[in-house]
Design a protein around this ligand. Structure first.
Ligand SMILES: [Zn+2]
Length: 367
């Protein structure tokens, strides 16, 4: 086939936030190690909404607009002559962050970058994947097995919790004995749900806490995976702490900065609290510093932040999506509460539907 010269895309003007628009951008040349991909679908996440509203997002050099989208599933169209392990038609996703020259990036861990000059597709100085065609170097392409065609768009959000749980495992190498049996997940958005499924797949008792009382779609998904859903309007975190005994892991992915401190109190002895929410500055809070500090010291507790993900997390996410599907057939698909076509009114993605979980932009329908 002849390769496309331009591609339709969904973009924002970072200097004039508040709305998304359709645009057309050139398709880059496919270099020797490049891969040209045709998008099947892209997931919309909270970061995309923050970019639309101007909280973050930087255009590529020389461009006023930034194509958004970093949760992608696509099909290989063509590869450079040094790429021998991918064929046209293969399913792929891609990692998000591209390294700068800092020691952590050079050592192969751009997700642990210390300089902060990295680029991210769809977020920082590189166009994202809400486009019919895109080109990426093979180094950042993630092959996806055919049986994940319907769910593979969840690989990138799943890597966020894969990295979080890997951090917990690394930290807990400090313990001569540690058998996590009780976990609390704060938040039941896509990250909270995927964290719940990941820990349930390990056979751990999970309680997922969110504001909205039952019934709601997120509660139904986590309960079908054998977790307990609790509305924070009906049960206080103090009551939960008394009910659940020693809580070994708390994953904070609610988006509420105040819950970082609640999580420190909720966490049991030798436990690990992983903070996953990026939150705005300016939220002031009065806390019982004495109680929290003593709890952390006397309980050997660890509080760790985690962002982005490494190559190993993408590989693990591909494996685990397959495991989730065999453990709970059809469950992941229930996370897709809205599907839009490229030609639909995509301006609606700027707003969060309170009961919706994951909005997808379906690009296949545009052909
Ligand atoms: Zn770096």
């Amino acid at each position: 086939m002849s390769l496309p010269a331009t591609t339709r895309a969904i973009a924002v003007y970072p200097d004039h936030p508040g709305a998304v628009h359709r645009t057309e951008i050139p398709v880059p040349q496919v270099g020797p190690t490049g891969v040209l991909v045709q998008t099947i679908r892209v997931g919309v996440c909270g970061t995309d909404r923050e970019i639309i509203h101007g909280a973050l997002g930087t255009s590529p050099p020389g461009s006023r607009e930034l194509v958004i989208g970093h949760e992608v599933l696509g099909r290989v169209v063509a590869v450079g002559d040094q790429v021998h392990d991918l064929l046209a038609g293969d399913l792929v996703s891609a990692t998000v962050r591209r390294p700068d020259g800092c020691p952590a990036c050079v050592a192969g861990q751009p997700d642990m970058c210390i300089a902060g000059d990295y680029e991210e597709r769809g977020i920082v100085r590189q166009h994202g994947f809400m486009t019919e065609y895109w080109v990426e170097d093979r180094a950042w392409i993630v092959p996806v097995p055919k049986h994940l065609e319907s769910t593979g768009v969840l690989i990138e959000p799943l890597t966020v919790v894969e990295k979080a749980v890997r951090q917990v495992d690394l930290i807990q190498e400090r313990m001569a004995w540690w058998q996590p049996s009780t976990v609390v997940v704060l938040g039941a958005g896509p990250i909270g749900i995927l964290g719940t499924l990941l820990l349930r797949a390990r056979g751990i008792d999970v309680t997922t806490v969110a504001r909205t009382p039952q019934p709601n779609p997120a509660a139904s998904i986590v309960e079908q995976a054998g977790a307990t859903y609790v509305s924070s309007r009906e049960v206080s975190l103090d009551a939960l702490r008394n009910q659940r005994g020693n809580i070994d892991i708390v994953l904070e992915c609610s988006g509420a900065s105040t819950l970082a401190f609640e999580g420190m109190h909720l966490l049991g002895a030798n436990g690990v609290l992983v903070l996953l929410s990026l939150t705005d500055a300016g939220r002031m809070l009065e806390v019982d510093a004495g109680r929290i500090n003593t709890g952390i010291v006397a309980g050997n507790k660890t509080v760790v932040g985690s962002v982005n993900a490494g190559h190993e997390d993408f590989a693990q996410a591909v494996d685990d999506l397959g495991r989730f599907e065999s453990l709970w057939p059809g469950l992941l698909n229930r996370m897709f509460t809205e599907r839009l076509a490229f030609d639909d009114d995509v301006t609606s993605i700027a707003r969060k539907d309170a009961r919706g979980i994951k909005t997808l932009i379906e690009f296949d329908q545009t052909r």
